[in-house]
Design a protein around this ligand. Structure first.
Ligand code: COA
Length: 171
């Protein structure tokens, strides 16, 4: 299993069904993630269904072997894009750099030559925006926001090529 932060022994692995209960509990504790999985029915089945979807890869970050964060990569080869989605950190462990580590890890896993890595956020999610901008994501132009937002009003960001500074967020 790869480790990218030896000092903290942080590592990541593909999410498995035994992670589902913890991930759902993390999601249910924030207004920004609560709606991702319907609470009615069998939310565990929804989550484990994503883990089996061939166009999705679901990742868990562990800190010293303890699961602390979760996020997915949705592949869209036709558009030449990968979208990072459903990023969430254990509420008891936020503010310790796990969110930033998660974003950097997923962006690195998703990166391919010629592929753009994008994500979308609730425009009021200041904390997530700060984390994404610090990981070299920048807000897309107004024209692209309009095009991407035909379905839902969210703020879209794309990772900047290496060496290109992230812009200061403006809304
Ligand atoms: C967003 C989230 C993933 C960040 O995880 P985290 O582990 O807390 O993030 P980190 O510790 O790596 O970094 C937090 C940064 O945000 C900053 N921050 C905290 N609250 C903030 C706020 N209200 N406004 C702006 N910045 C804020 C911190 O100062 C810190 O930056 P610093 O290290 O430069 O000081 C986590 O809060 C979460 O799971 N939220 C609920 C679900 C969610 O919103 N997911 C994103 C959906 S797009």
């Amino acid at each position: 299993m790869p480790t990218w932060c030896p000092a903290r022994r942080r590592s990541w692995c593909l999410a498995r069904s035994e992670h589902a209960d913890a991930i759902l509990a993390w999601m249910q504790q924030s207004p920004f993630s609560r709606g991702w999985v319907p609470e009615a029915g069998q939310p565990q089945d929804v989550l484990t269904g994503w883990m089996r979807d061939p166009d999705t890869s679901c990742w868990v970050v562990e800190d010293d072997g303890v699961p602390v964060a979760y996020g997915t990569i949705w592949d869209d080869p036709k558009e030449g894009e990968a979208e990072l989605a459903h990023l969430v950190v254990d509420p008891a462990r936020r503010g310790r750099g796990h969110g930033r580590a998660l974003v950097l890890a997923l962006a690195q896993i998703a990166a391919r030559p010629g592929r753009r890595v994008v994500l979308r956020i609730d425009p009021h999610n200041d904390r997530a925006l700060a984390v994404y901008v610090s990981c070299h994501f920048a807000i897309l132009s107004d024209a692209e926001q309009e095009q991407f937002n035909a379905q839902q009003p969210q703020l879209w960001l794309a990772r900047q090529p290496a060496g290109q500074a992230s812009s200061t967020p403006t809304r």
